[in-house]
Design a binder for this molecule. Structure first.
Ligand code: CP
Length: 308
């Protein structure tokens, strides 16, 4: 794996190899490995707790040298572009740049550049994609059910702003899941019709295997009408009454951060059917698997060049 920027670029076999490697890391839980030569920089131009810190834990557990990058004190403040910033990282010898950036598809010019040698891992691009979140979600579902084929999975909430929804719908459909989308009309666009049905939560809840809730992304709702948390919770949220209607074997997921009491009633976050905490734990193992795959690719490239 040279870069990880979208889910479409991975075959089903590559996806399952990453999930299975992550499961192996979780099972064996290896202690921190001795220091390796490679450098990884975590470059977050948007806020993050889980993605940023679980990449960092994954990098340190694998023994890579972690170069933290603080956008607020970098030369981005002098007007340097993302391209020139990553060009600099590449020139100083950073092997992998994990990047979260508000611009959709920011990575295109980076991976097309003949001068930038660093591998790019997309930690989230605007309302584009979030591939490492998708992989940890797939791992969490696979751990529970052992397959994806025929699972009834609903993705509920702020669909149009959600990179998690976009990455997940592409992969879950390709892996054979039956998808349902639950959202206010203004957050559901035609692009979702290709992947699943737009339904009401109350019409489908008893049939679901997985209910994947999304965060209401207030920071991306510029100029939209006033939002009522109570109204949203009543129509689209996971309330206690709806929780009791889920199948015994159904699971609840949420990429987090969670707006407790909005997408999901407060104490349901840590309820028996919730896998929200497990998703965060799985994030470290999936990110170890991603880094592994990228470093293997880079090491093979180096060997091939030496043997030319
Ligand atoms: N799920 C997720 O991406 O969380 P962070 O924004 O905290 O990284």
């Amino acid at each position: 794996l040279q870069h990880l920027v979208t889910m479409e670029t991975l075959s089903n076999e590559e996806v399952m190899a990453l999930v299975e490697n992550a499961q192996e890391y979780k099972k064996t839980n290896p202690s921190a490995q001795s220091l390796k030569e490679e450098f990884v920089a975590n470059m977050f131009f948007e806020s993050s707790t889980r993605t940023h810190k679980s990449f960092e834990v994954a990098e340190r557990r694998l023994g890579y040298k972690v170069v933290d990058f603080d956008a607020s004190t970098s030369s981005v403040n002098k007007g340097e572009t993302l391209y020139d910033t990553v060009l600099t990282m590449s020139a100083i010898g950073i092997d992998v740049c994990v990047i979260r950036h508000p611009q959709d598809s920011y990575y295109e010019e980076l991976i097309a550049s003949p001068t930038i040698k660093s591998s790019i891992v997309n930690g989230g691009d605007g309302s584009g994609q979030h591939p490492s979140q998708c992989l940890l979600d797939l791992m969490t579902i696979y751990e529970e059910f052992g397959h994806f084929n025929g699972l009834k999975i609903a993705i509920a909430g702020d669909l149009s702003h959600s990179r998690v929804a976009k990455s997940n719908m592409i992969m879950l459909k390709r892996l054979g899941a039956e998808l349902y989308f639950i959202a206010p009309d203004e957050w559901h666009t035609d692009e979702f019709d290709e992947y699943g049905k737009h339904v009401q939560l109350d019409d489908i809840i008893e049939e679901l295997d997985v209910l994947m809730l999304l965060r209401v992304q207030h920071e991306r709702h510029h100029g939209s009408e006033e939002f009522s948390e109570a109204k949203y919770n009543k129509e689209f949220g996971l309330t206690h009454e709806r929780y009791d209607r889920l199948k015994d074997a159904a699971i609840i997921m949420h990429p987090a951060p969670v707006n407790r009491g909005v997408e999901i009633d407060d104490d349901l976050v840590e309820s028996p059917k919730s896998r929200i905490v497990e998703q965060m734990t799985n994030g470290v193992y999936v990110r170890m698997a991603i880094l592994d795959a990228i470093m293997n690719y880079r090491n093979q490239q180096k060997l091939d060049e030496e043997n030319k």
